[in-house]
Design a protein around this ligand. Structure first.
Ligand SMILES: Nc1ncnc2c1ncn2[C@@H]1O[C@H](COP(=O)(O)OP(=O)(O)OP(=O)(O)O)[C@@H](O)[C@H]1O
Ligand SMILES: [Mg+2]
Length: 103
């Protein structure tokens, strides 16, 4: 991605999807959220996810990535383990994100 490129400028015809992403990121601190990206081979799933990660990072969010491995499909929570392991250092003593006490 070029240095001068604005977010999403290289993704043609994805204004609607990027709008959904921005809305998710606007609201996620309040209510959480998830988004499933599906589509046929080569339709642009990885490109969209890459843009999502870039936008999240620009907002100061912690971005974690994981890829499922078919040979580990029988291992319970293997993917979740890979996904959350890098985040363990961000948990406070109660196991909650953040580290500052509240409530
Ligand atoms: N909106 C877009 N505008 C321009 N180029 C795009 C767009 N989406 C994807 N591309 C380009 O099309 C190609 C395929 O995109 P991508 O790899 O993201 O597809 P994919 O759905 O993840 O494919 P696969 O099913 O193989 O995982 C890449 O070269 C990518 O840069
Ligand atoms: Mg892909």
């Amino acid at each position: 991605m070029g240095e001068a490129a604005s977010p999403g400028s290289l993704l043609l015809g994805r204004e609607s999807e990027l709008g959904v992403l921005d809305q998710l990121f606007d609201d996620v601190h309040v209510r959480g959220g998830s988004l499933e990206v599906t589509g046929g081979p080569g339709v642009g799933k990885s490109a969209l996810l890459g843009e999502a990660a870039a936008r999240a990072a620009d907002r100061g969010m912690l971005v974690l990535r994981v890829t499922g491995v078919q040979s580990e499909a029988w291992l319970a929570f293997a993917g979740l383990h890979y996904l959350l392991r890098p985040a363990l250092g961000h948990l406070d003593q109660r196991g909650w994100p953040g580290g500052s006490s509240s409530g």
